[in-house]
Structure formats: structure tokens, C-alpha cells
Ligand binder design. Structure first.
Ligand code: NAG
Ligand code: NAG
Ligand code: NAG
Ligand code: NAG
Ligand code: NAG
Ligand code: NAG
Length: 474
């Protein structure tokens, strides 16, 4: 139960770039490799990096929890449709769209569904000053260079993926019952997210995996203007418009490299399983069933991957999650989701307090680094100055059915300050029921998923995970 004092230096402001490879010999799978792109932040930036990640994780949590309950509305009604995160601690993939194919980078996001890209040589991105990004030269898809690009019509059922099944609300100025509305386009979309937004119109085009597969008439968002959104997002959620849904994937899996490897040439894989392999489990993985959100009136919550997290075990001490938190209720609130687009794991106050008290108790021999807590926005940091070894309590997420996710210490404690302090990378916002916004009570972020083989087995409706070094060269 004791861990050596190894805390990795990390950079959270990392964007990964991917080069396409079809080296996987299995004809049922498409493998997309990932490799880091952004330069490592200086150690003096550590607290700032933590603060950025903490802020974006919280913004992301608020977004996921307060999704617009109904179908996305046409932008002309000025209703906010869907919100996306922009946490640059995310992971991205390269995808090829159009004929001939144009390659673009997308953030991999299991918490949303639409796939969209910057889509104009005049793509306008305000507040887009990120490291290594030139806001005036953001790589964009050019529809007129693709012979297979088509603007989506309002009568097309795929327009309904975004704006709901009511065709009349989609075909403004035309009555589909009595008129031929084929010259009316599907309405423009506006997507709101924590700190920004994106807007554009919907296209159909080929999604191409060279040498493997071409998906014709793939529905994709063509964004013209955004704030804080320098690259596209690949929605891997449960919605009809997501990449897995449109491709009819049987399962997909990824291995997220440790943030330690930002700025190196390391890369890892996203694997798309295009045909069924029966109910075979992947060796080395533990499984827990996905859980449906019982809400019938909140389509946003139906896009999320819910799992049944029952107990958090800290240094052998079991912290049981109250049923009102672990199970989503008929109002759709509560429960735990797995989100690749969140950095740190979020917990509602009620459960976070129990978890952090237990850590505090078991680490009571070390002094708190209150100044680091204040500067980073994380609520549990310790000062390890002059301490040779630290006995970190083990952290295990235990799911219904018994599957246990035992986290390596670097997945829940991060180095801070000049390297003499460390902070718990699980967070809360101090809001609990009944004041809480609703939505998922716990959001498992990508920080906690590093160096795991994570599988979304859609065919068998289950979530699989197992420890794995995501470093290919290891
Ligand atoms: C689109 O086509 C124009 C003219 O053929 C060319 O100059 C431009 O580089 C192309 N852009 C992309 C992104 O393919
Ligand atoms: C609607 O009009 C288009 C041409 O504008 C035509 O191709 C299509 O067949 C018509 N559809 C119906 C249902 O009449
Ligand atoms: C669509 O076509 C109809 C005739 O089929 C025409 O009356 C209408 O103005 C057209 N609408 C647009 C937006 O072009
Ligand atoms: C959804 O329905 C539940 C009960 O079925 C209700 O409590 C809740 O307020 C509804 N939410 C919205 C946003 O309509
Ligand atoms: C704290 O230190 C004391 C003395 O070294 C030791 O006996 C005790 O077990 C430690 N407590 C914890 C929670 O590690
Ligand atoms: C840790 O404690 C030492 C004194 O033991 C102090 O000098 C140092 O500033 C503290 N560091 C942090 C990050 O709190």
C-alpha cells in the first residue's frame, strides 16, 4: 500500500497530434496513433498549469451538468444548443475528410457527439492565443476543394440528429407536407461551451481511413467562427451524430499517454472496431456494464457514458457512495460518467468531502500547502519539503459487479510548486444537492485514465479498463 515518492513533472497544456497509420493487420480495426505536440511548460509554470487544468475541469463539469435539456434548437432562435469543453489538456486524433482527403486534427471527446472542424480559409477564432497556435492560420477544411461535399438539407433525417425529429421546425419557410423543401438547408448550429463557442452549418462528406474504409455522407459540422476553439472536436458520445454511431462501431478503445510525455515523440493508439467480435472480452481488462440514464426528457444526458461507481477505496478504507449520488435518478441527475474531454475527475461536494477527508486523515503526518491550494484551485495539497519518502494511500474505484480500477499514484497526485508539494487531482465546486445544477455527480476525467487501456464496448454495452503502459517504446 506504500508508494515510492515518484511524482512526475507534467505539462497540462498539451495538444497531441496524430499521424495516420494503418499498420494494424486486423481488418476489423482501424488504428489511429497519437503523438504529443506542445512544448513542455517550465517547472515554474507548474502551478499555473494546474490552475488552468483545474479551472477548465470545473468549467467542463458545469457544462456537462447543465446541458440544454431538449434537442438543439436552430441558431436563428438564439437558443444555446450544445456546449463543448475546450480543455487543452485533451487528446486529439487526425481524421481525413473529403475527396481528395483533407487531414485535420480533432479533440477526442466522449462527452459530446457532433464531429466538427474549422471550415473556411477565413475561419475566425477569437481569444485563440494558445501556445503553438497562430489564430490567423488555423488548419481548416475547404468544402469547395472536395468533390463529395454537400450541404445538408432540412428534410434529410440526419438534420434531425441535431435539431430533433420535428421536420417543420427544421424547414423554416417551407412546409414539407405540401411543398418540395429540398432547396432549404438544415439550420446553422451554435455550440456553447464553458469558455467559448463555435458556429457553422452542416455538411455531408466522405470520412476516409486510407486503405481501410470510406464512410460516405458522414454528417460533420463546418464551423465558420469560434471563440477559444483552435481545432475541431470529434464527438464519441452516444448521440446519433457521433463518430461511433455514424460508423456503427462495435467498440472503440484508447490508451492515454501520461502527461509526463508531452513534448516527446511518444505516441499511443485509438482503435476503432468496425465489425463484431462477439462478446469476447479483451484480456487484461475488467468490465462493468454501462448504465442508461432513465431520464426521457434530457437528450444531453443520453449522450453520456454512465458507469456504476459504488465505492472509492482510499488506503484500504471504503468510502461508499450514497445511492442518491451513484445512481442517476428519474430526473436524470446523479451517476458517474466517463469523459475523455475532462482533465481532472470531478465529484459533487457530498462525495468529494468524504474522499478528501479520508486522504487528509491518512496524510495527516504531512503539512498542508495552503498557498499552493490557493494558487492552484485544488483543495488538497501537501508540503513535502525535507521529506524523503511519502506513503501515498492507494486509490481504487470500485464498480458495481466488483470491477476495481486501481490507480497509479501519478494519476491522482500531481507535483506542484517547485517540486516540493503535491496536490490531489480530484476536485469539486463546493455545490451539493439540492442546490446543485443536476447532471452527472461524478465525472471521470482523462487524468485518471492515463496508462490504462480503456474500452467502450458498445456491442455488449460495457466499459472495460486495465492498466497498461501506453508508451509504445517501453
Ligand atoms: C484548395 O484549392 C485551392 C485551389 O486549387 C488551393 O490553392 C488550396 O491549397 C486548397 N486548399 C486545401 C486545404 O486543400
Ligand atoms: C424536389 O425538387 C428537386 C429539384 O429541385 C427534385 O430533384 C426532387 O426530386 C423533388 N422532390 C420531390 C419529392 O418532388
Ligand atoms: C425553393 O424552391 C421553391 C420552388 O420549388 C421556391 O418557391 C422557393 O423560393 C425556393 N426556396 C429557396 C430558399 O430557394
Ligand atoms: C424531466 O422529467 C422529470 C420527471 O420525469 C422532471 O422531474 C424534470 O423536471 C424534467 N426536466 C425537465 C428539464 O423538463
Ligand atoms: C505518523 O507518524 C507516526 C510517527 O512516525 C506514525 O507512528 C504514524 O503511523 C503516522 N501516521 C500516519 C497516518 O501515517
Ligand atoms: C513548505 O514548507 C517549508 C518549511 O518547512 C517552507 O519553507 C516552504 O515554503 C513550504 N512550501 C510550500 C510550497 O508550501
Amino acid at each position: 500500500m506504500a508508494y515510492p515518492y515518484i511524482l512526475y513533472s507534467l505539462s497540462l497544456l498539451s495538444l497531441f497530434t496524430f499521424s495516420f497509420s494503418s499498420s494494424n493487420p486486423n481488418p476489423n480495426t482501424i488504428t489511429l496513433p497519437l503523438s504529443p505536440l506542445f512544448t513542455k511548460s517550465q517547472s515554474s509554470d507548474l502551478i499555473n498549469s494546474l490552475k488552468t487544468a483545474a479551472t477548465s475541469s470545473l468549467t467542463r463539469a458545469h457544462h456537462l451538468k447543465t446541458q440544454n435539456p431538449n434537442h438543439k434548437q436552430p441558431s436563428s432562435s438564439h437558443t444555446n444548443t450544445q456546449i463543448y469543453p475546450k480543455s487543452y489538456g485533451g487528446y486529439s486524433i487526425n481524421l481525413n475528410f473529403g475527396t481528395p482527403p483533407q487531414t485535420l486534427s480533432f479533440i477526442l471527446d466522449t462527452g459530446s457527439s457532433l464531429v466538427w472542424f474549422p471550415c473556411s480559409s477565413h475561419y475566425l477564432c477569437s481569444n485563440c492565443n494558445f501556445p503553438n497556435i497562430n489564430p490567423t492560420k488555423i488548419p481548416s477544411f475547404i468544402p469547395r476543394n472536395s468533390s463529395t461535399s454537400k450541404i445538408l438539407g432540412c428534410t434529410n433525417s440526419k438534420c434531425g440528429y441535431i435539431f430533433g425529429p420535428d421536420i417543420k421546425s427544421r424547414c423554416r419557410g417551407c412546409n414539407p407536407q405540401s411543398q418540395n423543401c429540398s432547396n432549404i438547408t438544415c439550420p446553422a448550429y451554435i455550440i456553447q461551451y464553458g469558455l467559448g463557442s463555435t458556429a457553422g452549418f452542416l455538411l455531408l462528406d466522405n470520412l476516409d481511413f486510407p486503405g481501410k474504409k470510406t464512410v460516405e455522407n458522414f454528417l460533420v459540422g463546418c464551423s465558420i467562427l469560434s471563440t477559444r476553439q483552435p481545432s475541431g472536436i470529434a464527438g464519441f458520445g452516444r448521440g446519433e451524430d457521433s463518430l461511433p454511431s455514424q460508423m456503427g462501431l462495435k467498440r472503440f478503445s484508447y490508451c492515454l499517454l501520461s502527461h509526463q510525455f508531452d513534448d516527446s515523440s511518444e505516441n499511443s493508439n485509438l482503435v476503432l472496431q468496425v465489425s463484431s467480435t462477439g462478446d469476447g472480452k479483451t484480456s487484461g481488462l475488467s468490465y462493468t456494464p454501462f448504465r442508461k440514464n432513465p431520464s426521457t426528457n434530457n437528450t444531453a444526458f443520453l449522450e453520456y457514458y454512465y458507469v456504476n461507481l459504488r465505492t472509492v477505496v482510499i488506503g484500504g478504507k471504503r468510502v461508499k457512495i450514497p445511492l442518491t449520488i451513484s445512481e442517476p435518478g428519474t430526473d436524470g441527475n446523479g451517476g458517474t460518467i466517463v469523459d475523455s474531454g475532462s482533465t481532472f475527475t470531478y465529484m459533487e461536494k457530498e462525495i468529494f468531502d468524504l474522499v478528501s477527508k479520508e486522504f487528509e486523515k491518512q496524510l495527516s503526518n504531512y503539512s498542508r500547502a495552503k498557498d499552493v491550494e490557493a494558487a492552484s484551485g485544488l483543495s488538497l495539497c501537501f508540503n513535502f519539503t525535507d521529506v524523503k519518502t511519502v506513503q501515498f494511500p492507494e486509490l481504487v474505484f470500485q464498480f458495481k459487479g466488483g470491477a476495481k480500477m486501481k490507480l497509479p499514484v501519478e494519476n491522482y497526485f500531481s507535483l506542484a510548486g517547485e517540486g516540493e508539494a503535491a496536490c490531489l487531482t480530484v476536485m469539486s465546486d463546493g455545490v451539493s444537492a439540492p442546490e446543485r445544477n443536476g447532471g452527472p455527480a461524478i465525472i471521470l476525467g482523462n487524468y485518471q485514465q492515463q496508462n490504462f487501456n480503456i474500452e467502450f464496448d458498445l456491442d455488449n454495452d460495457r466499459f472495460g479498463f486495465g492498466p497498461q503502459s501506453c508508451q509504445k517504446s517501453a
